[in-house]
Design a binder for this molecule. Structure first.
Ligand code: G3I
Length: 508
């Protein structure tokens, strides 16, 4: 594809940015100033940082003139939410219909936008005839589908989500007609077919809940590593990023992006939205803004993160209320197409103001709440104190208490027993670091669902407790973070992070 674009001007008259049209070249500014004026569109601000900022869209929405105007001006990339999926493009075997997808690529062409094709192979929105095929015919049907669609969109689609959502939450492969017929080899076969049909398109695997570290993102990492080792054409990994304020932010997003980048892959945030329980209130809205901002900051911090796509940009056309009754308000713009605080947060982050800069100034105070270092529970008491001169958003703060699991079960239960903030605002879980070190093969990670710490303020005491699920004993005496003091003191062995960056202490 050789699409050289002049980005649409923002409502306040942003700077024109000339941008090469492929996602590979999305990071290459061919002209325009080196730094964006703050009044640029989201995409112009992103492009000045070498990224794109895009939105999902769908055919019925394009007849909404106000919606289409913002879609065409504010965003430099679009993804069809439905119109390139299998049930639309090949509803009956061998009967292809690219009418709806063509409307999307035409819109993109008219507005100088790039297109992410979504999606060639997915277990959902798959017409019944595919599932009804005998397994001996599935590979040919899949290859034919990919070949016809990717050939049709050659030059118009810069990147394809070749395989969408291949994993279950525990990191095992999801069952689908493709997996049932070919095992996990269907993924390499699909990528090879897509590459043969469109050698210029960037080819992605795309999934949700792989933004942070965990079983599912580990599985994607293992798969990507294996495919690369085997020489299979794979260019990137898409992290959908359907986030929710009630579930905490995936703090390890940067670290996770970086490990995929280290494989030589691009990463893209492909379907960003941040839903909440309705009604939206000030606290949820503030948390949402902070999540959007942190996603932008993560992408800006990782060179191989090529861009971000909102799914869709406005609450007016969000998929959330249909799928999660009682939840919504997930987009950057409200139902009246007015920008929300999250939009301002994204702009600020893209403008480079305070993004990727110094982490918030905090410290951790700790005391042992445990009289025995050899029983079946660990009971740290923690306090987080703001030592800086500006407020720290608690939803960005995490604390790690490092310990060893010793013998017995390797699964854990965790509790917050008391906190003046209310334990409902305190999140806690046990996780294992990528590589264990002396005294630290696990950590208790503590976070906050919201709230803010004013300069000098403390969270007050948070009483935490953890055990192994088989209630076997610990030997805490050699644990990295363990101390025997029963009054609070500054403890660098208990580390703290703001927006994923180490802000206090020394990691083991
Ligand atoms: O087109 C029919 C319409 O004729 C009918 O009247 C109406 C009645 O329900 O349904 C319409 O189809 C809907 C379709 O969107 C188009 O609007 C489907 O019911 C609805 O299920 C479908 O939802 C889509 C969803 O994928 C299906 O899984 C969403 O719009 C789309 O945003 C969503 O996107 C997925 C990504 O592809 C993959 N990642 C998750 C993401 C969110 O679920």
């Amino acid at each position: 594809m050789n699409l050289v674009k002049r980005c649409g001007r923002g409502r306040t008259g942003g700077i024109p940015v000339l941008l090469a049209g492929t996602l590979a070249l999305a990071s290459t500014l061919l002209g325009g100033p080196a730094t964006a004026a703050p009044q640029g569109t989201l995409h112009e601000l992103a492009a000045a940082q070498g990224k794109y900022f895009g939105s999902a869209t769908d055919n019925p929405e394009l007849s909404d003139a106000a919606y289409a105007a913002t879609l065409g001006s504010e965003f430099g990339q679009i993804t069809p939410g439905n119109s390139m999926k299998w049930d639309t493009t090949e509803p009956a075997e061998g009967r292809f219909d690219f009418t709806k997808g063509d409307v999307i690529t035409d819109f993109a062409r008219q507005h100088g936008q790039t297109v992410r094709g979504h999606t060639l192979v997915w277990h959902s929105q798959l017409p019944g005839w595919v599932a009804a095929l005998p397994s001996s015919r599935v590979e040919a049907a899949m290859t034919d589908h990919i070949t016809r669609e990717a050939t049709h969109y050659r030059g118009a689609v810069a990147a394809w989500d070749v395989v969408n959502e291949p994993f279950n939450e525990d990191g095992t492969f999801r069952t689908s007609p493709f997996y049932s017929a070919m095992g996990s080899d269907y993924i390499a076969t699909a990528l090879r077919a897509a590459h043969a049909a469109d050698p210029d398109a960037k080819l992605y695997l795309n999934d949700y809940n792989i933004e942070g570290l965990g079983a599912k993102s580990d599985a994607m990492y293992a798969l990507a590593s294996e495919l690369i080792d085997e020489g299979v054409p794979l260019d990137g990994v898409g992290m959908q990023a359907h986030l929710a304020v009630q579930y905490g932010f995936p703090y390890e997003m940067r670290e996770n992006m970086r490990r995929f980048a280290a494989l030589g892959l691009d990463v893209a945030v492909t379907e960003l939205d941040v839903r909440m329980q309705l009604p939206a209130d000030a606290a949820r809205t503030a948390t949402q803004s902070s999540y959007y901002r942190q996603v932008v900051e993560a992408c800006l911090a990782v060179e191989r993160c090529v861009g971000i796509t909102a799914w869709d940009y406005t609450d007016k056309y969000s998929w959330i209320p249909n799928t999660f009754p009682g939840e919504g308000s997930a987009g950057l713009y409200d139902e009246n197409l007015s920008p929300k605080p999250a939009y301002a947060a994204v702009r600020t982050a893209l403008g480079g103001e305070d993004s990727g800069g110094e982490p918030g100034a905090i410290k951790v105070r700790y005391r042992s709440g445990d009289s025995s270092a050899g029983d079946n529970q660990i009971k740290p008491g923690l306090q987080v104190v703001n030592t800086g001169t500006t407020a720290v958003s608690l939803s960005e703060v995490t604390v790690r208490y490092w310990f060893t699991g010793d013998n017995g079960a390797s699964t854990y239960a965790t509790w917050c027993d008391w906190s003046p903030l209310g334990c409902a605002t305190v999140t806690h879980r046990v996780a294992a670091p990528g590589s264990p070190s002396a005294g630290a093969d696990h950590y208790l990670e503590v976070g906050f669902t919201g709230g803010s710490l004013a300069p000098g303020a403390s969270t007050g005491e948070i009483q935490l407790r953890l055990s192994k699920t088989d209630w076997s004993d610990f030997d805490e005496s050699d644990d990295y973070s363990h101390g025997s003091g029963t009054s609070y003191g500054d403890t660098p062995e208990v580390t703290a992070y703001v927006a994923g960056d180490l802000a206090w202490g020394v990691e083991p």
